[in-house]
Design a protein around this ligand. Structure first.
Ligand code: ATP
Length: 268
């Protein structure tokens, strides 16, 4: 399962150019991620230490996964897409083994980005008193390997995580993310930019008033804007199918009328 989670850098299918708006985040991660992954020798362990943990948090559908894939792609790093189901096993000891396998595979294929989606479900603490044994073991094992990375500046591995529930994360985990970035709902200007990005490769009829679209979509996430565009793109397809059906029905009717007429003229 760990092996299956690996996507080679060039195959994540997302670049920074595909992402509308979020310019400040794009800029800061470029600096934080690209250099340490590509030129680890510049980080000699003094004041300049390579970044090993970034947390992206914010409402659903705001582009956190997209950003993570673009970061790996642009840094030429393999992308390891990890979630609770990749790691946790019902067999005793297997969960820790998976985490060890994760970090050892990352070291082999480095530079690598370990992306933990919905990190709160894997490394969170909903309720400390009821925290179960498995979740404690997952966290301890993960933190041990992560700390191992922190002590070696030449290890070209970054832990990148996303969550909609940052307050459910364990304090010890939060501390290990040196950089925490809020990916919020897009502003009016950002929605305009995202619309432009989403429609940049589409054939559209007439001019689109992007400003008006942005005004009409307050509170929408990037994912909502994408769904809106997909729904709109279906409209001409639906109209075409409707026209094709009408044409077929008309032809069928004409054929039936013709054969009825022929029968009437020649009943034999
Ligand atoms: P979740 O928290 O639900 O996992 P997320 O924040 O990880 O969501 P993504 O999965 O990255 O969000 O975004 C979903 C889809 O929405 C993307 O695949 C993309 O099509 C679109 N999208 C979101 N934000 C943007 C953006 N800024 N520019 C272009 N497309 C975007």
């Amino acid at each position: 399962r760990i092996r299956e989670s690996v996507i080679p850098a060039s195959e994540t299918g997302v670049t920074f150019d595909d992402i509308g708006a979020l310019d400040d985040i794009k800029e800061s991660v470029q600096e934080l991620v690209r250099l340490p992954l590509q030129r680890p020798e510049l980080f000699n362990g003094g004041l300049l230490k390579p970044c090993k943990g970034i947390l992206l948090f914010g409402p659903p559908g705001t582009g956190k996964t997209m950003l993570a894939k673009a970061i790996a792609n642009e840094a030429g790093a393999s992308f390891m897409n990890i979630s609770m189901s990749t790691i946790v096993s019902k067999w005793y000891g297997e969960t820790e083994k998976s985490i060890r396998a994760l970090f050892s595979l990352a070291a082999k294929i480095a530079p690598a980005v370990i992306f933990v989606d919905e990190v709160d479900s894997m490394l969170g603490t909903r309720d400390n008193l009821n925290e179960n044994e498995v979740s404690r073991r997952v966290k301890n094992e993960f933190m041990t390997h992560w700390d191992g990375l922190l002590s070696k500046s030449d290890q070209r591995i970054l832990v990148l995580a996303a969550t909609n529930r940052p307050f459910d994360l364990d304090d010890a985990i939060i501390r290990r993310f040196e950089h925490r970035m809020m990916v919020g709902l897009p502003t009016l200007e950002s929605r305009e930019l995202i619309f432009k990005k989403l429609l940049s490769k589409e054939k559209v009829e007439g001019a689109i008033d992007f400003k008006e679209l942005a005004k009409m979509t307050e509170g929408y996430s990037g994912s909502d804007l994408k769904n809106l565009c997909v729904t709109a793109a279906y409209r001409p397809v639906r109209e075409l199918l409707k026209k094709e059906k009408e044409m077929k029905d008309k032809n069928k009717k004409e054929k039936e009328e013709k054969s009825k007429k022929l029968e009437a003229e020649d009943p034999k």
